[in-house]
Write a protein that binds this ligand. Structure first.
Ligand code: S3P
Length: 446
C-alpha cells in the first residue's frame, strides 16, 4: 500500500525541535557495539527502518542487542572476529550503508552470509565494495552487475591491503577498515577527497588503532591495525545534519519563519550544505556549540532569507552528498542560477537522485538543466509554481525535499509514496506540522 502525502503552502514556521539521530553514526554504533567486549549503550539512536535492520542483522550475527524502556539501546558484543554465521538471509531493506559496511565486517570471518534488500538496494552497485574485499580474500556471488541478492563467502585467512578509493565513498572506506579489524597487520585506505570520518572517530573511541596521515597531494591515508581489543562504550548520537536540512530549508523559503533545531551534528565532513546555504545568503546561526559523544554539535537557528544563486564546487560534494535534492529546492527559491558541480555519485543513491531532482523541479515549473555531472537550477527569486505529484521511487530524501518545496510554492506538491521517509526520519510529518507545515494524507494525484 503506497502512502501519498500532500504539502500545502504554510504560514511562517516557528518553534524548536530535535530531528532524529544521525543515520551514519547510528549504524556504526550498533556494529561496533556488536564487535566490542562487554556492554555498550547507545543514546539517541535513530530508530528508522535502515538502522533497525542493522540492529536485527547484528543480532543474527550473534550480538545481544536490545532497546531499553527509556529508549537507550544496550549491546553485548562478541569481540573482534567473534561474529557467528547468520542462519538466514540478512535483509537490509533500503540501506546501502547497512549492506556495504556489513559486507566488510563479514568478509574477514570464515563463514557465508547472504544479503538482500528492497528493490532500491537490489539495484545499487556493490562491486565498489566486493572488489577491494575480494583482494583481501573474500568471495562474492551476486546478480549481474554485482547486485544483491549476494552471498559473501568470508575468508579465514584475510590479507591486509592498501587500497585507493576510485570513488569518494565513506561506505567503501568503512567496509575495508571494518574487514581490516579481523585481519593481521595494517589495512590502509587512501582517499583523494575526504569523506565522513565517523568510522575512524568511533573505532578509535572503542579502542582500535586508527592512524590518519596526509599525503603530498592532500590525500588522507587511513590505516587500521588488525585484532584490536574493542571494549564496550557509551555512544551519544547527535541529531542528523542530513535530516535537519529539511526543516532548515523549509524555514529559509517560508516567509516570516524562525526555528531552532537542537543538537545538530556539526562534523565538518558533513556540513557542506550549511556552508552552501550561507553563501546563498541564508540567515543561519550556530548557537551553543559543544561536543557530545566525540562529535561537535550546535543548536541551529534558521530565519527566512532571500537567497541568491551560487556555484557549489565539486570538492564539496562528499560533505553534502545526501543534501543536493534539498539544496536544489532552496536554489529554486533563490534569485539567480545555482550550479552544482561533480554530482556523478548522485545517480547511484537510493534512486537516481540527479534525474529525480531534475524531473521533480521541472514538474513544479522550475527551469533546470543538466551539463554532464553538473545540475543547474535557475531561480527567479519568486516561489515556483508547484502543482505536481512526484514519484518517490523508494527514496526518502526525494520525498522530503519535494514536500518541503510544497510548503512555499504557489500550488501544493504531492508525493506518490512517503513510506520511505521512515528509513531515515521517522516522525518527519509530525515534526514539520508541529512547526507550522501543512502536510497531510491525500487520495488525490495532482
Ligand atoms: C554514508 C555514506 C554516503 C551517504 C550515505 C551514508 C555512510 O554514501 O550517501 O547516506 O554512513 O557512510 P557513499 O559512501 O556511497 O557516498
Amino acid at each position: 500500500m503506497s502512502k501519498p502525502l500532500i504539502s500545502r503552502r504554510a504560514a511562517a514556521l516557528s518553534g524548536s525541535a530535535k530531528v532524529p539521530g544521525d543515520k551514519s553514526v547510528s549504524h556504526r554504533a550498533l556494529m561496533f557495539g556488536a564487535l566490542a567486549v562487554g556492554e555498550s549503550r547507545v543514546e539517541g539512536l535513530l530508530e528508522g527502518d535502515d538502522v533497525l535492520r542493522t540492529a536485527a542483522a547484528m543480532r543474527a550475527l550473534g550480538a545481544e542487542v536490545e532497546r531499553l524502556a527509556d529508549g537507550t539501546w544496550r549491546l553485548f558484543g562478541r569481540g573482534v572476529g567473534g561474529l557467528k554465521e547468520p542462519d538466514d538471509v540478512l535483509d537490509l531493506g533500503n540501506s546501502g550503508t547497512g549492506a556495504r559496511l556489513m559486507m566488510g565486517l563479514v568478509a574477514s570471518h570464515p563463514f557465508t552470509t547472504l544479503f538482500t534488500g528492497d528493490a532500491s538496494l537490489r539495484s545499487r552497485p556493490m562491486k565498489r565494495v566486493s572488489a577491494p574485499l575480494s583482494q583481501m580474500g573474500a568471495r562474492f556471488f551476486g546478480r549481474d552487475g554485482g547486485r544483491l541478492p549476494m552471498a559473501v563467502v568470508g575468508t579465514n585467512n584475510p590479507l591486509p591491503i592498501t587500497y585507493e578509493l576510485p570513488v569518494a565513498s565513506a561506505q567503501v572506506k568503512s567496509a575495508i577498515l571494518l574487514a581490516g579489524l579481523n585481519t593481521p597487520g595494517r589495512t590502509t585506505v587512501i582517499e583523494r577527497e575526504a569523506t565522513r570520518d565517523h568510522t575512524e572517530l568511533m573505532l578509535r573511541n572503542f579502542g582500535a588503532q586508527v592512524d590518519v596521515e596526509h599525503g603530498e597531494q592532500g590525500e588522507r591515508i587511513i590505516t587500521v591495525t588488525g585484532f584490536p581489543e574493542l571494549t564496550g562504550r557509551h555512544v551519544v548520537v547527535p541529531a542528523d545534519p542530513s535530516s535537519a536540512a529539511f526543516p532548515a530549508v523549509a524555514a529559509l523559503i517560508t516567509p516570516g519563519s524562525e526555528i531552532v533545531l537542537k543538537g545538530v551534528g556539526m562534523n565538518p565532513l558533513r556540513t557542506g550544505l550549511y556552508q552552501s546555504l550561507s553563501e546563498m545568503g541564508a540567515d543561519l546561526a550556530f548557537e551553543n556549540e559543544r561536543e557530545e559523544g566525540g562529535e561537535p554539535v550546535a543548536d541551529l537557528r534558521v530565519r527566512h532569507s532571500a537567497l541568491r544563486g551560487v556555484d557549489v564546487p565539486a570538492e564539496r560534494a562528499p560533505s553534502m552528498i545526501d543534501e543536493y535534492p534539498i539544496l536544489a529546492v532552496a536554489a529554486a527559491f533563490a534569485q539567480g542560477t545555482t550550479r552544482m558541480f561533480g554530482l556523478s555519485e548522485l545517480r547511484v543513491k537510493e534512486s537516481d537522485r540527479f534525474a529525480a531532482t531534475m524531473r521533480g523541479l521541472a514538474a513544479c515549473g522550475v527551469q533546470v538543466e543538466e551539463d554532464g555531472d553538473t545540475l543547474i537550477v535557475h531561480g527567479t527569486g519568486k516561489p515556483p509554481m508547484g502543482g505536481a505529484t512526484i514519484a518517490v521511487n523508494l527514496d526518502h530524501r526525494i520525498a522530503m525535499a519535494f514536500l518541503v518545496l510544497g510548503m512555499a510554492s504557489a500550488d501544493p506538491v504531492a508525493v506518490d509514496d512517503a513510506e520511505a521517509i521512515d528509513t531515515s526520519f521517522p516522525g518527519f510529518v509530525d515534526l514539520m506540522n508541529g512547526m507550522g507545515a501543512k502536510i497531510s494524507k491525500t487520495e488525490a494525484v495532482l
